[in-house]
Design a binder for this molecule. Structure first.
Ligand SMILES: Nc1nc2c(c(=O)[nH]1)N=C([C@H](O)[C@H](O)COP(=O)(O)OP(=O)(O)OP(=O)(O)O)CN2
Ligand SMILES: [Zn+2]
Length: 136
């Protein structure tokens, strides 16, 4: 019997959507206001979803405190209150779209969480725009 647990976290970050291989005109045409050279910010909401068996000893699928600590140490400390383009190694070359941020976060957490748990990251960039990545 598998049960899914969710941990919701948030971080604030600035970014600029830009493709260095394109002209300024093409960047403006594709990314519009998100290509603002002076960057802009989002209050990202992130839901980390883990699916697995309930441990009969603890009654937990996964200790939420442990999950929260992992997210804080490896994701929030890295991205919260950062300019994703300028302050992080992950997005120096990679466009910090919601899709790419979700994949980066999934890869970071996948290394820290036992493979017996299925991992999904849902990332809200705005209240209305959100993406999900489960490694497939
Ligand atoms: N597929 C994607 N499309 C867009 C992304 C993205 O990451 N993936 N990102 C953006 C921009 O970052 C932009 O800042 C999003 O903001 P905005 O368009 O203002 O979003 P809202 O939900 O607030 O917009 P409303 O239309 O006013 O609801 C753009 N596209
Ligand atoms: Zn944006």
């Amino acid at each position: 019997m598998k049960v899914t647990v969710f941990r919701k976290e948030h971080f604030n970050a600035a970014h600029r959507l830009h493709n260095a291989n394109w002209s300024e005109e093409q960047n403006k045409a594709v990314f519009g206001k998100c290509n603002n050279p002076h960057f802009h910010g989002h209050n990202y909401e992130m839901i980390v979803k883990l699916r697995g068996e309930i441990d009969p000893q603890t009654g937990y699928v996964y200790d939420m405190k442990l999950l929260s600590d992992l997210i804080k140490e490896h994701v929030l400390n890295r991205f919260d209150h950062k300019n994703l383009n300028l302050d992080t190694d992950e997005f120096k070359e990679l466009n910090p779209t919601a899709e790419n941020i979700a994949v980066v976060i999934w890869n970071i957490l996948r290394e820290k969480i036992d493979r017996k748990f299925e991992l999904t990251i849902r990332l809200y960039e705005t209240e209305r725009n959100f993406v999900e990545y489960d490694g497939n």
